[in-house]
Design a protein around this ligand. Sequence first.
Ligand code: HEM
Length: 455
Amino acid sequence: MPERTTLRRRVWQSVFPVPIIPRTEQQRRRYFFAHLVLHFRPATVPEKTLKLSLTWGLGGMAAVLVLLQIGTGLLLKFVYEPTATAAYESIRALMTEVPFGLLVRNLHHWCANLLVLVIFLHMMRVFFTGAFHPPRQFNWIIGLLLFGLVLVANLTGYLLPWDQLSFWAITVSTGMLEYIPGIGGELQETIRGGTEIGPATLRIFFAVHTAVVPLALGLLMAFHFWRTRKAGGLVVPRAPKDDPDPDPVRVPAIPNLLVREATVAVVLVAVVMMLSVFFNAPLAEPANPGLSPNPTKAPWYFSGLQEMLLHLHPTFAVFIIPALVAAALVCIPYGNYNQNIDGVWFVSQYGRHTALKTAAAAIVLTPVLIAMDEWMIKPGRWFIDLPPQIGRGLLPTTLLLAVAVGVYRLVKGRTSAFRSEAVQAVFVFFTVTFVVLTITGLWFRGKGMLLVWPW
Ligand code: HEM
């Protein structure tokens, strides 16, 4: 007869499964640790996925940075005061009077900036190793949402010191919203809590930064990790055609995966610590709504958008083109690719060559076009006699779409076998273009947002 157990016993056993608990203290510790880890990690992983050059540990780094953000953010909350009259002074006191306050603030600042960089690189590695194909396509979408959330976290945090830098950077960034047709003005007013940046903006940004974003990030990250496990773990590089045993060899996650993840985390923490010890997070003069600095720049991750705004019609620069890019990113994993490319960097030798060529083309073309618009055609005079919506909006956007189609056709040629390489080339072209725009906005724009040499 099967043994009958009481509900209390069953619940107790589900928490502490007594029959398997080892006897000695050392066994018990090892048992507890291994089981704790196995709640988050699979018991075995394909050996090929342990190679650092497959992922560069970037997803894990992003997770560590988010945890550090939450930890240091909690500490900052003990001192920071979210009101327009006290915010700046509380940050100054944190830096000069609170033990380790400066270090905690610096850690929060550097982790936030590194996080944007790391998730961008993580996204690149996912794309270039083809890890967005089924069954991982929805995880790509979750990743895009995570990217958006990290940008919101950075932007809302940027305002909190309430200094000249933050006040005007947020003025410029939220100012871009008014160019969204129809709802732009209302959206801007809702986000600012009024027509101008003021105490209400600080209250809203603080609530979003410290409650909404961490909660949403936590939930989405859990979903992201769960989807990764449901897809059978990381993408596995394909076996060579003549491999007699194509099934990947699996090894125990403890210690193989764990040791690698811990190493990446320790190195990352060391780097962030060094940055925080040697470079302080900036704090300018207190916010002064009557005195805008020259130039007034958006935070660095939006300087590509700000640069586009200098050349194109605002509605196209901050709404239509970003919307087209977002739609393309969402659609990428649902394309019909007819090759098994998963887990191989840049698809193939041909893919690597075409990616390099398109990157080089974007590196040369983008600065040339920027300089032409600045000096030869004069800002605002593209297609001189046409109304700006057409001359600086519709025509350049159509030109961009034509470039996308041109690059695609050029790489794909007449065969149907190279769709992945062709999509990759278009992706490379626009990613590199955006990086060049960001660098230009960040370092090559001076007073009056004119082009200057940074040295
Ligand atoms: C806070 C942001 C993010 C965190 C913490 C995060 C974390 C992770 C981790 C730990 C992994 C598994 C290991 C690795 O690849 O290193 C992973 C895999 C993955 N991530 Fe992310 N990620 C983030 C953002 C993104 C973004 C922006 C994208 C793309 C748009 C993305 C798409 C994916 C995909 C498709 C996988 C599966 C990769 C594979 O199976 O090889 N993630 N992510």
